[in-house]
Design a protein around this ligand. Structure first.
Ligand code: 13P
Length: 249
């Protein structure tokens, strides 16, 4: 059985006080323990959120991390530093980082390597823009993203990763991929892992859907064979919505 996961990417939202409020509301809602809940606050709040969630089933991640070990890299946060404050997950290659900060698959491969070296679970993000889908190039784009960012890993290493498929045209737009479109791409991703690592490994890797996933459409999306949960943006900023999504399996 693959892990069911609902992850909340808070992006660049919430004051410190609001972030504390949100995490407390999520904790107090006693979320479904069969689903792994992970929150991705702005990094500056991560230390405090790790403390607040210590004796709860909720885990804390960050939205970005450095591809470098340590040293003269102004503004960056190393995976070893994240580990030292108890962060257990990190997003890698979210489309907003790819587009606004020009992150390339080759940088992302290095970030994944750093995270695994520090026992932090990467959630590797992939997904096509609308023009790529319209040209029927979406499978190639996603295949390249995962091959160049993840397929440098050994069998043991890839087993420690999670993948999130987030079609860029569905992020923050209110337009969701249909359940069939999500399942089709998730199956394609799983089959790509089968080709590289075999069935046994591909079967164990959780693949999350992201892009305008909310309390209304989560059930239909999560009912697909290869959709193991969601990476939620906007709807994760409200505890009631986030918990409703976690209860949608
Ligand atoms: P929305 O849920 O706001 O569309 O964002 C999805 C996302 O980018 C999660 O990482």
């Amino acid at each position: 059985m693959r892990k069911k996961i609902v992850a909340g990417n808070w992006k660049m939202n919430k004051s410190y006080a609001e972030a504390i409020d949100l995490i407390n509301n999520i904790i107090n809602a006693n979320p479904n323990p069969t689903v792994q809940l992970i929150v991705f606050p702005p990094a500056i709040y991560a230390t405090e959120l790790v403390k607040l969630t210590t004796s709860t089933p909720i885990k804390v991640g960050v939205q970005n991390s450095s591809q470098y070990d340590a040293g003269a890299y102004t503004g960056e946060i190393a995976a070893s530093m994240l580990k030292s404050v108890g962060v257990q997950y990190a997003l890698v290659g979210h489309s907003e980082r790819r587009h606004y900060f020009n992150e390339q698959n080759s940088d992302l491969a290095l970030k994944v390597n750093q995270l695994l070296k520090n026992e932090i679970t990467p959630i590797y993000c992939c997904g096509e823009i609308l023009a790529e889908r319209e040209k029927n190039n979406h499978f190639n784009v996603v295949k390249n993203q995962i091959s160049e960012g993840l397929f440098q890993l050994t069998e043991n290493e890839i087993l420690k990763c999670i993948i999130a498929y987030e079609p860029v045209w569905a992020i923050g737009t209110g337009v969701t991929a249909s359940a069939a479109q999500a399942q089709e791409m998730h199956l394609f991703i799983r089959n790509s892992i089968v080709q590289k690592y075999g069935n046994k490994i591909a079967d164990q890797i959780s693949i999350l859907y992201g892009g305008s996933c909310n309390a209304k459409n989560a059930k239909e999306l999560f009912s697909n064979q290869d959709v193991d949960g969601g990476l939620i943006g906007g709807a994760s900023l409200n505890a009631t919505d986030f918990i409703a999504i976690a209860n949608s399996f």
